[in-house]
Design a protein around this ligand. Structure first.
Ligand code: ACO
Length: 324
């Protein structure tokens, strides 16, 4: 039997209207535009309006992806949504989005893999398609990470933004996703976490203790090393070489981490999609937002090979190598 591939047939994304620049943040914490730009590459971020949720952004991104694909919501047989900031504890944000789209009846679930959430969702969706289980799948990465920010903490508040991206996958006899690699090491949990919740309990602190805690320098070191190994593994899994890759579409956390991965792949920065300057770190939203920007701006063309990767809390790390 001929192999089944999953192909990305369209992309979409959504960002909140409100833009907060580095200069705006200078007014609330002891930081500077110069520090933020030189350490991270970030110039601005979008921040969700009061009452605007992860599901709202996910819904918009999904609508735009479905419209670009010419696929009706009722045709979907699976929705997988990566997020670590769901609207409510349950139902999952995937179920909330499914109902708003009118895709009722298909399987729908969330994946929590922190910043690697979209890459995990894509890897899972790919398996559903390859197994013959699903033919048309909506994969979303969506976050309102700024809801976990302590705006008095300069170490973290400058780094994050809100946003969502989505892709429509279709079963095809043509490639398609060549390889996906998913990994986690929970031994690193305390370097990047938000250690309150339903079962552990919340704290008698502002925002019930819900805030990101991060050992930035340590996360940086492990991220660079891990992503180096991940790109090697992904190339090997796809049976490809560095020179086969047309575009690197990395997780947008820090320009210096992105540059390190590009260097490892011997890729000039002109072949790397960078949106961290505009969006900051939108966690699960980051890779699909960058992909949608790359597609709609005409940079990425059909038939090109794309390497997508992400690294985040857990730690988790994941990649996909695909022919667009
Ligand atoms: N403005 C000004 N100064 C600051 C700020 C700020 N916003 N934040 C920290 N500093 C200071 C520190 O206090 C420190 O001062 P000191 O030297 O007097 O002690 C100095 O700047 C340098 O701090 P470092 O932490 O060493 O700075 P570094 O160069 O490592 O950059 C950063 C920090 C940007 C956080 C970087 O380490 C990083 O990007 N880490 C990775 C983050 C990441 O990738 N997360 C990924 C996933 S996120 C997720 O999964 C949800």
């Amino acid at each position: 039997m001929a192999p089944i591939y999953s192909r990305i047939i369209a992309t979409g994304s959504a960002l909140p209207e409100r833009v907060v620049s580095n200069a705006d943040l200078e007014k609330i914490v002891d930081t500077s535009d110069e520090w933020i730009r030189t350490r991270t590459g970030i110039r601005q971020r979008h921040i969700a309006a009061d009452g605007q949720t992860t599901g709202d952004l996910a819904f918009l991104a999904a609508q735009r992806a479905l419209e670009a694909a010419g696929v009706k919501a009722a045709e979907l047989d699976l929705i997988v949504l990566g997020t670590t900031t769901p609207d409510i504890i349950f139902p999952s944000t995937a179920c909330l989005v499914q109902a708003r789209l009118g895709a009722n009846g298909c399987a729908a679930f969330d994946v929590n893999a922190a910043c690697s959430g979209f890459m995990y969702a894509l890897g899972i969706a790919d398996k559903f398609v390859k197994s013959g289980q699903s033919k048309k799948v909506l994969v979303i990465g969506a976050e309102t990470l700024t809801r976990m920010i302590d705006w008095n903490e300069r170490e973290t508040c400058v780094l994050f933004g809100d946003g969502a991206g989505a892709v429509v996958l279709e079963a095809s006899s043509e490639p398609g996703i060549h390889a996906t690699c998913l990994h986690a090491d929970g031994g690193y949990k305390e370097l990047l976490w938000n250690p309150v919740g339903v079962s552990t309990g919340f704290k008698d602190e502002p925002n019930h203790g819900v805030r990101i805690r991060m050992a930035g320098r340590e996360v940086f070191k492990v991220a660079v090393k891990t992503l180096d190994a991940l790109v090697d593994e992904t190339l090997q899994a796809a049976g490809m070489h560095e020179s086969d890759i047309d575009w690197l579409i990395p997780h947008q956390a820090n320009l210096r981490i992105i540059e390190a991965t590009a260097k490892r792949l011997a890729m000039p920065m002109e072949r790397v999609i960078v949106t961290v300057d505009q969006h900051a770190n939108t966690s699960s939203g980051s890779v699909p937002l960058a992909l949608d920007y790359a597609v709609r701006s005409g940079k990425v063309q059909r038939g090109q090979n794309l390497l997508l990767e992400a690294f985040g809390g857990g730690f988790t790390w994941a990649s996909a190598l695909l022919r667009f």
